[in-house]
Design a protein around this ligand. Sequence first.
Ligand SMILES: C[S@@+](CC[C@H](N)C(=O)[O-])C[C@H]1O[C@@H](n2cnc3c(N)ncnc32)[C@H](O)[C@@H]1O
Length: 214
Amino acid sequence: MVINNPYIEKVKADSDIMHQVEEIYSHKWKWSQYFGNDNEIILEIGTGMGNFFGKQVARLPEKNFIGMEIRYKRLFQTAEKSRKADDPHFVMLKDFAQNIDKIFMQWEVAETYIFFPDPWANKDRQRKHRLLQAEFLNNLHQITKTGWKLFFKTDHREYFDSTREILEEQWLWKVVSWTHNYENSEIFDIDNITEFEWFYRGENTDINYIELQK
Ligand SMILES: C[S@@+](CC[C@H](N)C(=O)[O-])C[C@H]1O[C@@H](n2cnc3c(N)ncnc32)[C@H](O)[C@@H]1O
């Protein structure tokens, strides 16, 4: 049976979405040129349906936003929400975040948001698919500007704790703050949560949060 995903054509025709890796990689070290200004680049990995990304694009017109997603419908939904901003500066990239070293040069990105990445936790051998592993965190550190930040949230405690262990071993990032119970912390901002977080609110699931600085 052929499954016809109507979002494939929408994504291909969308000038705010890059879907070919050759094109994506050709902008390495040239993202400022692409945006036509030297504003800071904010990266969100796994934008999902784009609630958080779209709001940030509208809230911060003086920043350039790059969103990464691998699913066509979510790429398109995120682009649609982001276009609602008055003067949107954003582009969506259809690629696996494991490829950030091919997409960005050293110090090219200011802030990165990674919210509720898939935990790949059903079986031990699946964990190799997880995004937050030593090599990826090292690459992310490389592409981040000195003094700028990485924000990570997950409802998966074991993924969170094992990521913290890797971070401790790497000694690359400075931990600004972290909590196993984000919703009960002072920094909790109900107006800025993702759709995944909305979905799990009230389900007795604590949200883990960490803010890191290069
Ligand atoms: C559990 S959802 C969370 C979405 C959103 N951040 C939220 O909090 O609502 C994880 C998202 O990451 C995307 N994703 C999974 N693996 C990815 C990868 N390797 N690179 C980029 N995005 C990925 C999925 O398509 C999905 O939309």
